[in-house]
Each structure stands twice: as C-alpha cells, then as structure tokens.
Design a protein around this ligand. Structure first.
Ligand code: SF4
Length: 330
C-alpha cells in the first residue's frame, strides 16, 4: 500500500505561559491527505486549527513544544528537527496566511518579492525567476502589467491572489490555507474559493483549508475534520457530516450556521470550550452537550470508525453497530 502524501500522527502542541503553566493546545491530532484531496479543518476560535497547521511547518513561537510525526510520503519531516522541516517548507508544503497584506513587504513590489522566493528557494536564475513570477501571477488571475505594483496598490482580493501565487512559487504538493478569505467581501470570497478549487484540480495539489466558515469550506472541500478543544472529534465527507453528523458538536455547529434557504431559528452552543491549561477528564464537550450521559463525565471517547471512512469521538456511537453509525439529524 502506498503511503499517503501527508500523514499527521499523534500531533501534540503545548505552549508555556508567563505564569508558568502549560497549555495543551493540540491534543493527539491524526489525519491524512492525498494528492488532489481537499479537506477542511473547522471549529470554534481557539480550538487549535491554526496551531495545528503552523506546527506542520515549524512556524510556532519558541514557547511551543511539539510531539508526534508529520510524514510526507512516508518520511517524517519532524524527525531531524528544524533543518528537515525547513527543507520541506514551501517546496513540499506551503501556506496561505490569514491577512494577505501581512504576507508581503509593503515597500517592495509584488513581483520582486516572488522573484526573491524563486531565486532563494527555487534556485532559479534571475531572468527565469522574473518570467516565472509573472506566469504565477497570471495563473492566479493577475495580469502581467500589474506585477510591478506595490501591495497597497492591490485590492484585498488581488493581494490574496498574490499570496496564493507566492505559496505556489516552489511547486508544493500540499497547500495549507488559514482563513484565506477573512475580511474579503462575499463576491471576492467566492472567486478565491473557486481559484483554490481549480488549482487543486488542475495541479493535483492537496489542500487543507482552515476556517470557521462552514458554508465556505463546503464549497471547496470534499472532506471535513471537525476540531474541538485541540482534538479532531469527527472526520468524514462534507455531505455525510452535514446530513448525518455522528457527533453532537458537529450537529450543533451546522445548526448554528446561517442558511439563506432555511428560515428556522439559529441556535447557539451554550457555554465555552474547556480551559486547555487544565487536565480534561471525560469528554471535553460534556458540559455543553445536549446528549451527555453518565459515562461521558468519566471517560474520554476515542476517535473511532463509525462506518465507511467516517470517524467520530462520541460514546453514543458505541450503542449502535459499527457499520451503522449513529445518525443524529440536524
Ligand atoms: Fe456528548 Fe457524551 Fe458524546 Fe461527549 S461522548 S459528545 S458528552 S454524548
């Protein structure tokens, strides 16, 4: 059996705080990503989505400590520390950051910033790097005659397109996108989303899209990972999770999402996620769960198969045969 393009095994991230405590921000995350697969990573703010993908590229601050493996075609890029992560960064795994303005130096022209990356990381001679920079900008829909402009001369949507071009510069196999459409209007959002989807289809790129915007993720991705309190608590196809969520949190997350075709009252999920600076006993969602029962308070549910390619971490699924996942109608 061939190894998946990207496999994350038992990833844990802790942050040390000034007060001397440790925050266990990512807790035993596992997932795989194959070529051309488009997967979403969704959940409330603070659930560990961005920390997870920053950890994959070794981009967390020095106060962070990691454990686990990040396997690229079967080879652990974290095994040899910073040097091996750095060699995979941008050339194998690239990232589109939140807030495209921050991705560029404001006093340098967009094209010259791409040229620099292509020369330093792509090892292209100057003339070839200049040609490739213009070609990359064209791929993301920016005409060649705009390439020499400064970041402030671009609209928000164009800056985000340029940030995607920058991420594509070294022909990575995996693209991580962290809330790539934040602060863009809905029309531009739709264009960026379509661009990401078509790039994956045309170039066979694997995409991991981090967002708290479920409808947006559903437009781009085929698969969904739902995170809560630093863990992935459900995984499956977007359609399966939408129609038959197997975890109460997934059901409530969809029910809390506005739908223009549905005028039923929006619900909110009462309460707040647990503090990750303290040990969590039992199911982390238990204090907020409308289906909790005795076992949930004492025993943490494991992420298990609940039929087909679906995984969920909820004791309710143990009450039904494993090939017949609990169907919780939204
Ligand atoms: Fe709710 Fe219990 Fe399932 Fe946790 S394990 S989500 S508390 S039913």
């Amino acid at each position: 059996m061939t190894a998946p393009l990207l496999e994350v095994r038992d990833l844990n991230v802790w942050f040390s705080t000034v007060g001397g405590s440790r925050v266990h921000a990512v807790r035993g995350v596992n997932f795989t990503l194959d070529s051309a697969q488009r997967a979403g990573l969704v959940g409330e703010s603070g659930c560990g989505k961005s920390t997870t993908i920053l950890a994959l590229l070794g981009l967390l601050p020095p106060t962070a400590q990691y454990s686990g493996s990040v396997l690229l075609r079967g080879t652990d890029i974290m095994a040899d520390g910073e040097a091996s992560v750095r060699s995979a960064r941008w050339t194998e795994i690239a990232m589109v950051f939140q807030g495209a303005m921050n991705a560029f130096n404001p006093v340098r022209r967009i094209a010259s910033q791409l040229v620099e990356v292509l020369q330093v990381r792509g090892r292209l001679p100057r003339r070839a790097a200049q040609d490739r920079a213009r070609e990359l900008l064209e791929i993301v829909g920016i005409p060649r005659d705009r390439a020499s402009r400064y970041p402030h001369e671009f609209s928000g949507g164009m800056r985000q397109r340029a940030a995607i071009a920058l991420a594509l510069a070294c022909e990575p196999k995996v693209l991580l996108a962290d809330e790539p459409t934040t602060a863009l209007d809905v029309v531009v959002q739709a264009q960026i989303v379509e661009l990401l989807r078509s790039l994956c289809e045309r170039q066979g790129l694997a995409l991991l899209l981090v967002s708290h915007d479920l409808p947006l993720v559903a437009q781009v991705c085929t698969d969904l990972n739902v995170m809560y309190a630093g863990e992935i608590i459900e995984h499956g196809s977007v359609a399966d999770l939408y129609h038959t969520p197997a975890h109460p949190y997934t059901r409530l997350l969809f029910a809390a999402t506005p739908d223009i075709m549905d005028d039923s009252e929006l619900i909110s999920i009462e309460g707040a996620p647990p503090l990750l600076s303290r040990p969590i006993v039992g199911c982390p969602f238990q204090p907020r769960c409308d289906r909790a029962f005795g076992r949930c308070e004492a025993e943490a549910p494991l992420l298990k198969k609940v039929g087909g390619n679906r995984l969920a971490a909820c004791h309710l699924n143990d009450k039904v045969p494993s090939d017949n996942p609990l169907v919780v109608k939204p």
